[in-house]
Design a protein around this ligand. Sequence first.
Ligand code: 5GP
Length: 115
Amino acid sequence: MPTLFEKIIARDIPADIVHEDELCIAIKDINPQAPIHILIIPKKPITRVGEAEKADREVLGHLLLAGGKIAADLGVLSTEKGFRLVINHGKDGGEAVPHLHVHLLAGRGLTWPPG
Ligand code: 5GP
């Protein structure tokens, strides 16, 4: 059974795509929690970050590098602005979709600690 994000990658479900390369796709979140809320999703359907394997190192690193590139593209790379990358794992972590993804949040001052 393909995950929701696999269906988006396959263009079976529409999404607002802001970046795509050989290893990942990045889309606007359907329910944004900040003025900029992007999901950076590996094309390989790794279920969640704590279940990634050594062989996934390249993909995991690529997602962070993609986060920096997308932040630059969206004009929030400067330290004056800035952004946050978040990965939710499991129930307490707030995970809803069991296909690893990195949230990129920006466009307002984000509080710490998170809720
Ligand atoms: P999680 O809670 O698993 O870390 O994040 C899942 C995210 O996927 C949520 O922020 C949610 O708003 C987003 N989401 C759920 N369904 C869709 C969808 O069909 N399209 C898009 N673009 N985002 C979705």
